[in-house]
Design a protein around this ligand. Sequence first.
Ligand SMILES: [Fe+2]
Ligand SMILES: [Fe+2]
Length: 317
Amino acid sequence: MLVENLKDNSVKPAGTFSYSYKETLATSQKINWRIEDIIGGDRQLDFSRPFMPESLARIEEIPFLSAGEKVILNQIKGHTYLAMFGLVEEFILPFVLDHVRPSLDQDDYRVRAFLQFAGEEAKHIQLFKTFTEEFHKNFVTECAVIGPPAELAKMVLSHQPLTVALVILQLEWMTQRHYLDSIKDNQELDAQFKSLLKHHWLEEAQHAKLDTMMIEALAVGMSAEEIEKAVDGYLEIGGFLDQDLKRQTIFDLEALERATGHILSENEREEFIRVQHQSNRWTYLGTGMTHPKFLEMLEKLSPAQRKRIEEVAPMFC
Ligand SMILES: [Fe+2]
Ligand SMILES: [Fe+2]
């Protein structure tokens, strides 16, 4: 019945969305910033400070690292954050372009809003690369990351559009939550890294709205079975990413050992992987999966599918 509502724009169930392409575009144009205003020149990363908030990094839960080692691990996780966003933005960009390409002659505001969205994601890819270069100028060791981005993009984009749009919506709300809940009022973090996260958040706020409208359009006329299949794909991609997050946890452990010379014992390794895999699950999956706006979208598509996601979410929190 809620899916039926999507077929008729005049029917707006309570609590659902009322975003507009025109307003979203206008907000984006006001915010639009340049990479060179955020990083480079005298805007340097300060390696005496942490880059990631503790509520995401969960480093204090590891008892056998010294205070100095904890800061280094935090910075390695900052590098991972740059890599993870670089990775996911590589499939968001072609997906948004493909979504708008067949209907360039329809709503002008819609076309411009989606092209602005795509342009911003291309800029974000470059922003994350620039920060990564700055990181490597001053960090003592290489930090391996999962990928390559093209391979992940191929896997994600092999799914149906509604599945991909759900994955992207989760990522957009996740970025909102990271900044507002953990970073905005945090006075400990490096100012440059905080500025990166703030500027990313400012533009992602519009992406979350545009992606919501994209999902509303994609779901028009879909049956409950079709919605269920799209959510199957979403969970499949989540499972794939979770495996990658475990691999990334081991890369971070190895980078920490190289950077500090502290080689962990077998027990310490196990404890490290358990705590840090869960930190990555929360950061990159749980914070999006449990975001109230993401759940509200699922509810609109199908209350049964919302329930299904809510049942698996605790594993990622
Ligand atoms: Fe982005
Ligand atoms: Fe985005």
